[in-house]
Write a protein that binds this ligand. Structure first.
Ligand code: GLY
Length: 305
């Protein structure tokens, strides 16, 4: 089967960052199996400070903390995830260790950071000046609208959906959401990844879709799916599993993604990548840098004589 890597730099990230998604896809394609391809590609995305994952991840509203969520799933059903992990360069590799070396699916908070250290991941500050100034603009907006109190320890806004949705349109320079990849290797195995600093308006300790299997990612024998966008909305819809199930029923990848996105209110950023044995597709209701790298099978040389 033709190996392929699809990557994205997050719903709402500028299309001008496509070179970063392309570089990640091509790096992934250098690896041999679907899992290694997805992890290598995601590390490149995490190292690119333009994207909201790893280096350049969003700060939480407290202004101090960067909490990283990541997950990986392979088509054999095995998965690993971390949530609210702190001070690690490549959260996706910590999620992969959870998959490989523990009987667990998800490790969170201080336990995740301690696990990372025990696994040899050194202390690393993923913060950047750009993200800090972004956060300051976001905090000023929240105070101006009286949606939060100084201290940012609780929301003032009601859980009214329309008010929550309005948050997404607050910032015209929204830095983008979760990054991720889907891969298919020569043997027909699949993998999906997600890695994020969480949404821009996020309380410390909040967990989104990215580390939740079936929400931010899903992979099975029929393909792999990675989602990006407003985590609460993705979780409500079990979006990755919902898309996977449609693909497994034989629906086309393009039509499946278009149908899923058509159900998302326009105010909410949302993007999806999918790959199956025969197809791949992506879609987003915002700008989203996407990279695709594939290795066509080399046809055997014709026999002479
Ligand atoms: N999609 C990333 C998040 O909501 O945290």
């Amino acid at each position: 089967m033709e190996p392929i890597v699809l990557t994205h730099g997050g719903a709402g990230a500028p299309a001008s960052a496509k070179d970063g998604a392309d570089a990640a896809a091509h790096r992934g394609l250098e690896e041999g199996d679907a899992l290694a391809m997805a992890l290598a590609a995601t590390c490149v995305l995490e190292d690119d400070p333009r994207f909201n994952a790893g280096t350049g991840a969003n700060y939480r509203l407290d202004g101090e903390t960067i909490e990283l969520d990541a997950s990986v799933m392979t088509s054999d059903g095995r998965s690993g995830a971390v949530a609210c992990l702190e001070r690690v360069q490549h959260p996706i590799l910590v999620a992969a260790r959870v998959r490989e070396r523990t009987p667990h699916l998800l490790i969170a908070g201080g336990g995740a950071t301690a696990f990372a250290r025990r696994q040899g991941f050194p202390d690393y500050d993923p913060g950047t000046k750009e993200r800090r100034s972004h956060l300051e603009r976001a905090r000023a907006l929240l105070l101006q609208r009286r949606f939060a109190e100084p201290g940012f320890e609780a929301w003032q806004i009601l859980a009214e959906r329309d008010e929550v949705k309005a948050l997404w349109n607050f910032s015209t320079d929204y830095p983008g959401d979760t990054v991720g990849a889907v891969t298919r290797d020569e043997s027909g195995a699949f993998a999906a990844t997600a890695s994020t600093g969480g949404t821009l308006f996020t309380l410390r300790g909040r967990v989104g879709d990215s580390p939740l299997i079936g929400c931010g990612v899903f992979a099975g024998p029929r393909g792999a799916v990675a989602c990006t966008g407003a985590g609460e909305e993705i979780v409500r819809r079990f979006l990755a599993k919902t898309v996977y199930d449609a693909l497994a029923r034989g629906n086309g990848a393009r039509a499946t993604i278009d149908a899923a996105l058509a159900e998302i209110p326009a105010a909410i950023p949302m993007g999806i990548l999918a790959v199956t044995s025969t197809e791949h597709a992506h879609g987003c209701n915002r700008e989203m840098p996407v990279g695709v790298a594939a290795r066509p099978k080399v046809a055997p040389a014709p026999r002479r004589g």
